[in-house]
Write a protein that binds this ligand. Structure first.
Ligand SMILES: Nc1nc2c(c(=O)[nH]1)N[C@H]1C(S)=C(S)[C@@H](COP(=O)(O)O)O[C@H]1N2
Ligand SMILES: [Mo]
Length: 311
């Protein structure tokens, strides 16, 4: 990808993790010559706290969304079809949590979320986020590149897609009693998309462990695609030769396809995608091709021009 030192649209961003907080913690860690585990900071505290920001990922044309807006306006149909997902999502117990990795891999296995996090070096990235419903935000995610998890899983020859699923448990998620939805929520990307620098597995937000409403303990962030691709509360990752039938595709293929790349010029069948509403502000701003990430991802689609890439 292009590493921009100071893009033409650079503006100052307010700090997401107050620097004083993480610098102090790092200094303490260094002083004792210990890692987080040695400090007794284990379990979910290690999912976001004290993680340094990767300065390669800046927001460009907008400021960070205030945490109170991002954390109170969510899509998580397992708990509610409204944007108010809390307190229903409190029923989710994100730890202990096991993730199954299977399909076309050298050897299928299961791993505990905190064991997985311990193997992946965490970083913080500022990403824009664009829902297909034409609202947008910009948030500091903590996590690790999906590519690292792909390598760790050791995909076998023939694997072309990475399929990710949310848990299935009606006693926790009342929305899953609605039998007309194709639960569990399933999403997928090509292996090539999964290996793109921007594809990010998220364990935290705003310098904290991911709250349930954002998809604890592990969710995806694909900032160049509409938000529904960024599946929450993942407990199974399957490598496959076949393209999966994704949740929204299964529900309404004509409106929500597999590729779902952001494009202001391709309207949704029921509304324009030319502009977006920025959460927590009164602003409407022009939508950007690939949500502003074209330099990083456009090449992925060069040879796919016959596909319905945009919606
Ligand atoms: N399991 C699951 N993942 C999901 C959804 C969902 O309903 N269930 N909604 C998607 C949609 S439409 C969007 S816009 C984003 C919202 O993420 P946020 O609530 O963290 O902003 O989550 C996506 N991931
Ligand atoms: Mo969405």
């Amino acid at each position: 990808m292009l590493v921009r030192t100071k893009p033409r649209w650079w503006i100052a961003e307010s700090a997401a993790t107050p620097e004083s907080v993480f610098l102090d913690r790092r200094r303490i860690v260094q002083a004792f010559g210990l890692g987080l585990a040695g400090m007794g900071i284990g379990g979910d505290a290690a999912a976001a706290e004290g993680v340094a920001r990767n300065a390669a990922y800046t927001l460009g044309d907008r400021a960070l969304t205030d945490e109170r807006y991002a954390s109170s306006y969510n899509n998580f149909y397992e708990f509610s079809t409204s944007k108010t997902v809390t307190p229903m999502s409190d029923a989710l117990k994100p730890r202990p949590w096991r993730i199954r990795i299977d399909g076309l891999v050298e050897k299928p296995f299961e791993i505990d979320i905190d064991d997985l996090i311990a193997k992946m070096a965490l970083e913080e990235r500022l990403y824009r986020f664009r829902c297909v419903e034409a609202w947008a935000m910009a948030v500091p995610w903590t996590g690790f590149p999906l590519r690292r998890l792909v390598d760790f899983a050791k995909p076998a020859a023939g694997a072309k897609y990475v399929v990710m699923r949310t848990f299935l448990d009606k006693s926790v998620a009342p929305g899953q009693k609605q039998f007309w939805y194709p639960w569990p929520y399933t999403e997928g990307v090509t292996l090539e998309e999964a290996r793109n620098d921007l594809a990010f597995m998220v364990t935290g937000i705003y310098g904290k462990t991911l709250p349930n409403q954002h998809g604890a303990p592990l969710r995806l962030a694909l900032p160049w695609k509409y938000g529904f691709k960024s599946v929450k509360s993942i407990n199974r990752i399957t490598f496959s030769a076949e393209r999966p039938r994704t949740f929204w595709e299964a529900l309404q293929d004509s409106e929500y396809g597999f590729w779902a790349n952001v494009n202001p010029k391709v309207p949704h069948p029921r509304w324009s995608q030319a502009e977006e509403r920025v959460l927590g502000t009164g602003d409407r701003v022009p939508t950007l091709l690939f949500n502003g990430y074209a330099p990083e991802v456009a090449d992925l689609y060069k040879d796919l021009q016959k596909e319905r890439l945009w919606a």
